[in-house]
Structures are given as structure tokens and as C-alpha cells.
Design a protein around this ligand. Sequence first.
Ligand code: BJW
Length: 250
Amino acid sequence: MPTKEIPQPLLEQIRRCRSIMAFTGAGISAESGVPTFRDAQTGLWAQFSPLDLATPEAFKKHPQRVWEWYEWRRSLVNKVSPNAGHKALTKLLQLFPINTLVTQNVDGLHQASGTDTVLELHGNIHRTICSRDRTMHQTWEPEVKPPRCPDCGAHLRPDVVWFGESLPADTFDGAIRAAQNCELFLSIGTSTTVYPAAELPHTAKNTGALVIEINPTPTPFTAEADWAFAAPAGEFLPHLVERMEALARS
Ligand code: BJW
């Protein structure tokens, strides 16, 4: 359905919801200039192999290569800002008494757009931890790649979740609870292919939430969604907020 066509009955149904959960993926940051993973031409996995860069085994085998790749991605993210989609989502969440934002993104752009509490399922590229005991570090010798933990000498690594690693348990539990309890669930800019995160839209649907997907291309979840809007998040979300605010005034 084109962006501009949000049916009035759907808006009214949304307005009756008291709780909202937004679940985001790389697509919401695409309009800020952050590459997604799986878009055919521009996605990171079109240029790089995840097995070479996003697994603990890759880091063990080629620590410098992996560290430098994350340095490159961190420098890219440091140059960008939240886009209209991030900003509208921050506003939209505030229209509901209970709201939860769960992201798979590691870029920190939801926080930069003013959403205070964000459940980050796959970590945050701006944090650096010891690969041995996961303590966080803010300073290191920049010329050593990867730098060494000042406490124990192990390699430092980005605080992100690689394939084969567990998601932070408390954060994922919080996300499951929110998915089970929300009345409205938005799946935004995610291919819904990476598990266990991709369970969340199914969980919300199975526990009775109104589930809406916002993604220019279909995903494995699209057929299960109550509504799927084939639109960029940076166009759809501001429009949704506008329509919701107009409805509140009427
Ligand atoms: C737009 C747009 C616009 C474009 N507007 N939209 C069950 C079944 C099968 C496999 C598994 C399973 N359980 C576990 C697995 C294995 C694995 C997995 O899921 N593999 C599948 C890929 C097959 N999962 C794991 O390993 C996870 N851990 C785990 O399960 O632990 C338990 C365990 C322990 C030990 C052994 C085995 C299991 C961990 C997953 C970690 C994922 N990590 C990454 C990298 C993070 C760090 C980094 O950034 O480098 O997370 S991979 C990458 O994918 C990243 C993302 O968060 C994640 C999801 O991607 P996302 O966000 O959906 O992006 P894309 O690119 O896929 O999609 C973007 C979408 O946006 C597209 O649809 C576009 O159309 C759309 N879009 N422009 C709106 N303007």
C-alpha cells in the first residue's frame, strides 16, 4: 500500500491501543546513510562475508581485520544523524501510555533522536569491551589493532552480538515480555531473518497484537502481518504521526 494511504479505520484502531512496541532493523537507519546488511546492491553482506567479520571465530583468527572493519563502521556512524523516521518514531511512541523500543541496530541513532530507553538486542558499536570478561573500556592505545585490555591484556572488541553468540538475556527477556503484552507492534526496516530477534513479530501476532510492517520490500513475515506498508520508514512514520495528531485534534 502506498505511503499516503493509511485507512481511517486503521488509524482509529491504532488510536485505541494503549501500548506500543516498535521493533527496528537496519532499514530505519538506511535513510541516514548507514548501510543495511542484506539489501542486494548496497548491503554490507553484498560486499563482505559475515563469516569473516561477524563471528567470534573470525575475531579469533583475524582480530586486526575485524577490529578495523568495526573502526570503519564506527567512523561512518559517527558522521550521520537521525533521519525523519527515527524522529517520527520518537514522537509516535510518546503518543501511547506504554511504549517500548527494541532495536537490532548498533548505531545509537534512536537514542540520538531522543528516545531515552532502547532495548538493544545486538549491542552497540560505540561501546568497547574486553573479549575475555566483557568489562567495558573507554580508552585504549589507538595504534594497537585491536588494542589490549588494560586490566588483563586480552583483545578489546566491539560490544556487539556476533553470529553464534547469545543475545543479552535480560534485554531479550524484556523484548519478549513487551511483544507478549503490547496491543500494537510495528516491525520497521528489518528483514526478519535473524533469530532469535525475528521471533518477536510472531510472538506479538500470536498473543493478539495488531501488527504492522513498514518495509519497502516483502519479508518472510509480511504475509503474517495485519498490515504491511511498502514504504521507506522516513516517509511512512512522519505521515503516520501527522495523521495520528490530526485524529487527536478532531
Ligand atoms: C528499509 C529501508 C527504509 C531498506 N525503510 N525499511 C533459528 C533459525 C535459524 C538460524 C538461527 C536460529 N537461531 C539462531 C540462529 C543462528 C543465527 C541466525 O539467525 N542466522 C540466520 C541469519 C540464519 N543467530 C544467531 O547466531 C544469534 N545468536 C543466537 O541465536 O544465540 C544462540 C546460539 C548460541 C550459540 C550457538 C547457536 C545459537 C545472534 C545473531 C547476531 C546478529 N548479528 C548481526 C551483526 C551485529 C553487529 C554488527 O552490526 O556488525 O546483527 S548480523 C545483522 O543482522 C545485524 C542485524 O541486527 C541483523 C538483522 O538485520 P536487519 O536489521 O534485519 O537488516 P537487514 O539488512 O537484514 O534488513 C534491512 C531491511 O530494511 C530490508 O528488509 C530492507 O528492505 C529494509 N529497508 N531501506 C524501511 N528506508
